[in-house]
Write a protein that binds this ligand. Structure first.
Ligand code: GLU
Length: 561
């Protein structure tokens, strides 16, 4: 076979050589050890929690080493593409602190454009580049065309949405497949010319020289030492519309873009032998690979299951709706990614996660377990250490979108809201009330008269007269100018006045000697003022509510008893 002639027949319009293309993508000028990583999503829907994993790893490895992290949009499957998905993806990732140095970005007019010297960064715009390398493979006898007639393709298209895939795939029966492959490999130049004249479409297949009995030693940075059977499948490089398959685009793009570390889901591991073959045929240097295990969750019976697209917590947009701060989600991801992260974080509570020396070796090679309880724990810790100002700005932004009525209350008097959010903040043991911004409303809505109502009733065991007495005495002696100790001394005095112990020790020593205790008196006041049995420190609550609101609530409780 005259491969040179075959190449010219198939790709008469491709005039550039691989060397010319290589010259357009010179090696990157980076310091020793700098890693170049990428996130390469297909714009087929939302960002999955599982997608935040490889992107966070890529971001960390690149930026920790002074390298480059870029975004490549793998939009070679127009049928599966969802409108606006790429834009949504970029926005969501940036919400979670995943910023790219180059790649597809959202331009000023809101549409996607390229930033950087190694583009285009959308595979759909890289057609001519793939064709140069495809032609080279044909020229070297490494790839060959397989024709179908237009009618066959159309018939398949009409019958089945997956027609394109079927049309380019071999027979399912292995031995039949081999024969089919060998027949196709033996196509003559005359047959090629005939098909081209008839306008028949073709896919371009690799001519595989592997023997699956032979195993290639391979080290994956997460999975460790592996043995990969050689590839003997003549897989498709270019589909009949000239668009590359993932395999071919991956090899060409990661080579030209200078990727040093390919970080991707383990579902690509079975295709690795194809990729090793392609890099070898194309004469490309092999990058390092990290195949990440699927994220797992526990189902109702406690069995591990893959976190699927439909599971709660899979769609990153869910987290915004639920009111998770991106900082908390990032922190949680770090705890899942590196086993020693939590320890480091405990020793360095003030440092951002980006200061943590992320280490590939500390990654687990089996699937991480996704767990809302753990996320909530992490989240409460993070929020407890935020300043009141930070909390104010995040919670008000969230509420204005997801609970506008409450949002409006929060921003009506920012100083008032900030003083509420400052309760229990700043000390050694800050309060841990919020895992999500949605937790803020039940915690503090009583501060707003519009939301205030008595949610918890007094226990029947208390004498109503005692409660009334205590509340009235409080009103009589209440002075908002009192400091905390004076305020508390007055509450103690009320306890004594109604025959309650003013000291818990004394009460516990002889409960029968008292009608109740100081904690009960505080509770009488708490329910009257906050409507709840549990609320933040009551002295502070009254200070923030102010004299008239506090008094009005106590009076109204007295009247209702
Ligand atoms: N587009 C591929 C995917 O979404 C990318 C895999 C890779 O990172 O190479 O699975």
């Amino acid at each position: 076979m005259d491969y040179q002639k075959l190449a010219e027949l198939l790709y008469p319009n491709v005039t550039k050589t691989p060397a010319e293309i290589e010259a357009q993508f010179p090696p990157r000028n980076l310091p020793e050890g700098a890693k170049v990583t990428r996130f390469a999503p297909s714009p087929t829907g939302f960002v999955h929690f599982g997608g935040l994993f490889p992107s966070t790893i890529g971001e960390r490895l690149a930026h920790q080493s002074g390298g480059v992290f870029f975004l490549r949009i793998e939009d070679t499957d127009a049928k599966r593409e969802v409108d606006g998905a790429a834009e949504g993806l970029i926005r969501t990732l940036s919400h979670y602190g995943i910023h790219f140095d180059e790649g597809a970005v959202i331009g000023e007019d809101g549409s996607i454009c390229d930033k950087g010297d190694y583009g285009p960064y959308r595979q759909s715009a890289r057609g001519p580049i793939y064709h140069v390398f495809a032609k080279q493979l044909v020229r070297e006898g490494r790839a060959y065309p397989v024709f179908t007639t237009r009618e066959e393709l159309d018939a398949l298209n009409a019958a089945d949405k997956k027609a394109e895939i079927k049309a380019r795939d071999w027979h399912e029966d292995q031995s039949e497949q081999k024969e089919q492959m060998l027949r196709a490999r033996n196509i003559t130049l005359e047959e090629v010319e005939e098909n081209l004249r008839a306008g028949n479409p073709f896919v371009l297949r690799i001519l595989a020289d592997g023997d699956p009995e032979k195993k290639l030693p391979f080290t994956d940075l997460i999975k460790g030492k592996l043995e990969i059977p050689e590839n003997d499948e003549d897989f498709v490089l270019l589909k009949s519309d000239g668009i590359p398959t993932y395999h071919f685009a991956h090899a060409v793009d990661d080579h030209l873009m200078g990727t040093t570390h390919v970080i991707r889901g383990e579902e690509w591991l079975p295709s690795l032998s194809k990729h090793l073959m392609l890099f070898r045929y194309l004469g490309f240097r092999l990058p390092k690979f990290m195949h990440i295990a699927q994220i797992m969750r526990l189902d109702e019976s406690g069995n591990k299951k893959k976190l699927s697209k439909r599971d709660m917590g899979a769609n990153m947009d869910d987290y915004s709706r639920m009111g998770y701060s991106p900082a908390c989600v990032c922190e949680y991801i770090m705890t899942l990614l590196n086993s020693n992260y939590e320890e480091w974080h405990m020793q360095n509570p003030e440092k951002p996660y980006t200061d943590f020396p992320f280490n590939i070796k500390k990654m687990s090679n089996s699937g991480c377990l996704f767990d809302f309880d753990k996320l909530n724990d992490v989240s409460k810790n993070i929020i407890s250490r935020m300043s009141a100002e930070e909390v104010y700005s995040e919670v008000s932004a969230w509420a204005l979108t997801y609970d506008p009525a409450f949002g409006a209350l929060l921003v009506r008097d920012p100083d008032y809201t900030r003083s509420i959010l400052a309760i229990g903040r700043g000390g050694k043991k800050p309060r841990k009330d919020f895992a999500t911004w949605a937790d803020v409303k039940p915690y503090m809505s009583f501060f707003f008269d519009e939301c205030f109502r008595i949610e918890d009733a007094y226990d029947e065991k208390f004498d109503k007269a005692d409660i009334k007495h205590a509340l009235s005495s409080f009103l009589a002696s209440y002075d908002p100018a009192d400091d905390m100790n004076t305020w508390f001394d007055k509450v103690k005095a009320i306890a004594r006045e109604i025959g309650y112990a003013d000291d818990m020790k004394a009460y516990k020593a002889d409960p029968a000697a008292f009608r109740g205790n100081i904690a009960d008196v505080s509770m009488f006041l708490r329910v009257a003022v906050t409507g709840k049995l549990n609320a933040p420190d009551l002295y502070t609550v009254m200070q923030i509510l102010g004299k008239s609101r506090t008094e009005a609530r106590i009076k109204s409780m007295i009247e209702s008893l």
